[in-house]
Design a protein around this ligand. Structure first.
Ligand SMILES: Cc1cc2nc3c(=O)[nH]c(=O)nc-3n(C[C@H](O)[C@H](O)[C@H](O)COP(=O)(O)OP(=O)(O)OC[C@H]3O[C@@H](n4cnc5c(N)ncnc54)[C@H](O)[C@@H]3O)c2cc1C
Length: 402
């Protein structure tokens, strides 16, 4: 008998059951309404906060207190099985928390991560702002600048960020800025913009194809001044890092990349949750729907589609678990595996949901069933947190280095 196992432990099974109940009782009954309203679902996020799901303690437990690395992936699959738009509203602040954890000192993590969630009396949100209107994939093209005012020990931020989840409405913005334009992406640093800071405003709120309950907007920073202690990691460390890069020594990956390496398995798990929901609906439908005198599942053409869908989900989950474990172990190939897992899970997810919609025939195209929403919701996962072309670039470059 092999010792190898992808089985969840007792704690993870309990976590899965807890989130499944929340998904069934709270998320699914509200999914259609918030998709139609295209607004941040505050009452649902409040309920998530009441049970401790929307909280920095939950994120800390998932990110720092899980030696296996797969609890977060398991949790996210279950949440997005419930609903992707509401799921993104609940998980969106996690990207800001991950950005702070990736670049901040322990003191900064303790100061700012809880503020991304708020306390019992008020719910806060966080935003991680890296992408810009003219540069998403090509991080060397970021323009938003950070200039140091030594006399006041303040940083002055100027520029615009695009497509930011919770952008403008967030209490805490984590902003990736260019400190030294000569150094490309190695001249970047991340800053906290605390609540109520003058000069930060929300630009346009985007009207989206899917995940409509999640707020996505432009963020405009016009002479935004933040105190020196808002530079994540601190000035001494930044100066040391920049000096190293200027001397031509190998510098650390830039702040944004460090964040995404850790969160990409989570994006794959979002797609997995949606695709699993679609597969379950499609299987039930194929047993009930009759054509030519028999349930459509009795046609091998349909049974083979469902077999491939189930197989694609399992393949995605196995690679996601492996990538998440590598991120937790800080393995040297964690970046490659995160990129592979995000690419595979989101590509497989797209194919699975497309086939599920096909299996529903004309009903798949109507709003009577959630399949069309799954299709719209899943589409973004091949784009955000690095497109699937960029994932292939990361893996390809890694192969070239071997
Ligand atoms: C709903 C939503 C939420 C988002 N949330 C956030 C957020 O919270 N924070 C944040 O910072 N960003 C966020 N983003 C932005 C997202 O990360 C970017 O849209 C994404 O990285 C792609 O950048 P781009 O749109 O500029 O595309 P581009 O970089 O302009 O790419 C356009 C196309 O060209 C391809 N391409 C580019 N370069 C190459 C190449 N060298 N080889 C092959 N193909 C290439 C891309 O894959 C893509 O298909 C969000 C986006 C969406 C849609």
């Amino acid at each position: 008998m092999s010792d190898f196992s992808l089985a969840l432990n007792e704690d993870q099974l309990t976590l899965q059951k807890w989130l499944h109940e929340f998904a069934v009782d709270v998320m699914r009954p509200n999914a259609e309404e918030w998709d139609e309203r295209e607004e941040f679902p505050w009452p649902i996020v409040e309920q998530a906060a009441e049970i401790g799901l929307y909280s920095w303690e939950f994120m800390a437990e998932m990110m720092m207190n899980d030696p296996t690395g797969i609890s977060m992936v398991t949790a996210i699959e279950e949440i997005f099985w419930g609903d992707a738009g509401i799921g993104m509203a609940i998980m969106g602040s996690g990207l800001a928390a991950a950005g702070i954890a990736a670049s901040g000192t322990p003191e900064q993590v303790m100061e700012w991560v809880p503020q991304c969630y708020g306390d019992g009396s008020k719910i806060n949100t966080g935003a991680f702002a890296a992408s810009e209107p003219d540069a998403g994939s090509d991080v060397n093209g970021y323009r938003l600048s950070a200039k140091y005012d030594e006399a006041k020990d303040e940083w002055i931020l100027n520029g615009t960020k695009a497509w930011i989840t919770n952008g403008g409405m967030a209490d805490i913005h984590v902003v990736v800025a260019v400190v030294d334009p000569e150094l490309g992406s190695k001249g970047h640093a991340s800053f906290i913009v605390p609540p109520g800071t003058a000069g930060l405003t929300q630009g346009q709120k985007y009207k989206k194809h899917g995940i409509k309950a999640s707020h996505t907007a432009e963020v405009v920073l016009d002479d935004v001044r933040v105190p020196g202690h808002c530079l994540l990691g601190g000035k001494e460390k930044l100066d040391e890092r920049l000096a190293k890069v200027r001397r031509g020594e190998k510098g650390n990956a830039q702040a944004a990349m460090q964040t995404f390496e850790a969160t990409r398995p989570a994006v794959g798990a979002q797609a997995l949750g949606i695709a699993r929901a679609a597969t379950e609906y499609a299987t039930e439908y194929a047993k009930e729907r009759h054509a030519f005198g028999k349930p459509i599942i009795m046609n091998q053409g349909i049974a083979f589609m469902l077999a491939d869908m189930a197989t694609d989900l399992e393949a995605a989950r196995a690679l996601l678990y492996l990538a998440a474990a590598k991120v937790t172990d800080n393995a040297p190939d964690k970046s490659r595996f995160s990129a592979m897992a995000k690419r595979l899970a989101t590509d497989n997810g797209s194919k699975v949901v497309n086939d599920a919609l096909q299996l529903f025939g004309g009903y798949g195209y109507l709003k009577d069933y959630p399949i069309e929403r799954y299709w719209r919701d899943l589409r973004v996962h091949s784009i955000l947190e690095g497109t699937n072309q960029v994932m292939r670039m990361i893996v390809g470059r890694d192969l070239l280095r071997q």
